[in-house]
Design a protein around this ligand. Structure first.
Ligand SMILES: [Zn+2]
Length: 78
């Protein structure tokens, strides 16, 4: 029997991806940070993370400073 991989939905494009390919983040106070194991988290897929337009929309939605947010995500995907 084929073991099915756990999938999670990307917050931006709303499509499902294998969990291990996604970036897991959480909101901590006013900042978005890497998921620390507690609290509510959300996922961002590898495609969206490189899509400036989508990141812009997401930054707005999460009330993040666009430049800081882009830099933060850039560090994660480097
Ligand atoms: Zn996505």
């Amino acid at each position: 029997m084929k073991k099915s991989q756990p999938t999670r939905m990307c917050i931006t494009c709303r499509s499902r991806h294998p969990q291990h390919t996604l970036i897991r983040l959480q909101q901590k106070g006013t900042e978005v940070v890497i998921f620390e194991g507690m609290g509510r988290s959300f996922y961002l897929c590898d495609t969206c993370v490189r899509d400036e337009k989508k990141i812009k929309g997401l930054a707005k939605r999460l009330r993040q400073d666009f430049e800081r947010f882009t830099e933060f995500l850039g560090q994660l995907t480097r």
